[in-house]
Design a protein around this ligand. Structure first.
Ligand code: NAP
Length: 235
């Protein structure tokens, strides 16, 4: 089980960081989008409503640049007719997304562009003009911002729970870094084939190395099924 302190925050590598929930809406063959990037809507209304409930519980929603470019999601939480705007965090190492994207609206808790020193100052200035906080973080060997630097920075901004919504590369990076505390997988009765894997990245080298989650009994949501699991400590 995760080791929660009295504020519900787990301690990772000595640094305090948010509790990380990963979420994906996927086909039975583990795809979150077609090869052409179409993903709306894989799951039905009930699953999507549950996804909105989950967003309301999160202090921040994290997505990758690929999702912002492909879908331009607003990342709002809607429940009983009410719309709320959690903090939105976009992972974009070179600031290649558009500052006009819906995720960067000033509503509610606003937005953070998580980036690296490779992002041109002129690009960052455009985000700042829009009221977006630019968070320049160290890069990894591939030039991507380091998640182990991102999470303590979010924690310092009052984020106790971060919901990582994708896409596949982003979920894969969190998975490879062993940073997923809880996972919500919504499975739709559709087979897409090809397409985009829900959790990209290197993945487990062997089955014995696979990250284990303790899953609740599956929950039926209309035609879809939700698998919710909490990370189990490695033996
Ligand atoms: N069904 C669902 O639940 C769901 C949810 C979300 C998205 N989607 C679909 O997923 C597709 C997009 O997924 P995607 O995998 O192409 O893109 P993604 O995960 O949304 O974004 C990946 C990009 O994020 C940036 N990034 C920055 N730091 C990173 C880090 N540490 N690790 C990983 N990425 C980092 C990278 O761009 P830079 O190198 O430029 O920084 C990378 O190319 C779309 O088709 C969308 O519709 C489906």
């Amino acid at each position: 089980m995760v080791q929660l302190d009295d504020t519900g925050i787990i301690r990772a590598t000595g640094a305090r960081r948010p509790y990380v929930i990963a979420k994906a809406a996927m086909s039975l063959d583990g795809r979150i989008a077609t090869a052409g990037g179409e993903s709306r809507w894989i799951t039905g209304t009930e699953a999507r409503l549950t996804g909105h409930e989950l967003r309301r519980r999160a202090d921040a929603i994290v997505v990758g640049a690929g999702t912002v470019i492909a879908d331009d999601p607003a990342l709002t939480a809607r429940e009983n007719g009410e719309v709320s705007h959690p903090l939105r965090v976009v992972l974009d190492s070179t600031a290649r997304t558009s500052p006009g994207a819906a995720a960067f609206s000033r509503d509610g808790r606003g937005a953070v562009l998580a980036t690296t020193a490779a992002a041109p100052e002129t690009r960052l200035a455009r985000f700042k003009e829009r009221g977006v906080e630019t968070l320049v973080l160290p890069a990894d060997a591939r030039g991507r911002l380091r998640l182990d630097e991102l999470l303590p920075a979010l924690h310092a901004r009052g984020v106790a729970t971060a919901l990582v919504e994708g896409g596949g590369e982003t979920l894969g990076a969190f998975h490879d870094a062993d940073l997923i505390d809880e996972i919500w997988l919504f499975l739709a009765p559709i087979v897409i084939g090809g397409g985009r894997a829900a959790i990209h990245g290197a993945g487990a080298a062997t089955l014995a190395d696979a990250q284990r989650f303790a899953f609740d009994p599956p929950k039926t949501l209309g035609a879809d099924v939700l698998f919710r699991g909490v990370r189990r400590e490695r033996a």
